[in-house]
Design a protein. Sequence first.
Length: 186
Amino acid sequence: MDTYTYIANIYCANCGTDIIEKILPELYDRMLNECSEPIVVAGMHLSTNPAELLKDQDPIAYRCGMIDYEDSLSRENSDYFPKGPNSPEECDEPQHCGDCDDFLENPLTEDGVEYVFDAIKESDGDKKTLETWQDFYKTELQEYKDNQKEPTFYYSCSSCKSVTDTGTSQPDKCETCGKPITLMKD
């Protein structure tokens, strides 16, 4: 899914193009008005708004100029004008559109897969969102799950000085003397 970046946010293709359609005419008109002198013919002021005059008198030239202007803006900083369309980049978490909240189907880093796995396991988030992530990342999540090893635990008893590897069990008392212990992960 293509994305757009604008003012430190990520947008889906629909919202990105909506933003462009909304701000481009305003930016173009402002540029034309700032770069042009008022139009005067035979001492009469035809317009103090060159953008409006061009739009009314030669709409084709206006549109062609705006297309060229959009091309020049696409090379600007994304704080000024949306960048895109771009392919989604690998991230540490699933990305959603900054406007409509649609899931952007971005690839995940290893940390991102772990994040999604834990969020689903702990039901930490909106149920529908978690289901969407689970469906989209099912292959990565299965690989992550298959590569998981159960943590092993051990303890060192301060009373009887025994050191015991408990495997995956998590006792709360020393198996030798029965005193309370503190488990440690390997």
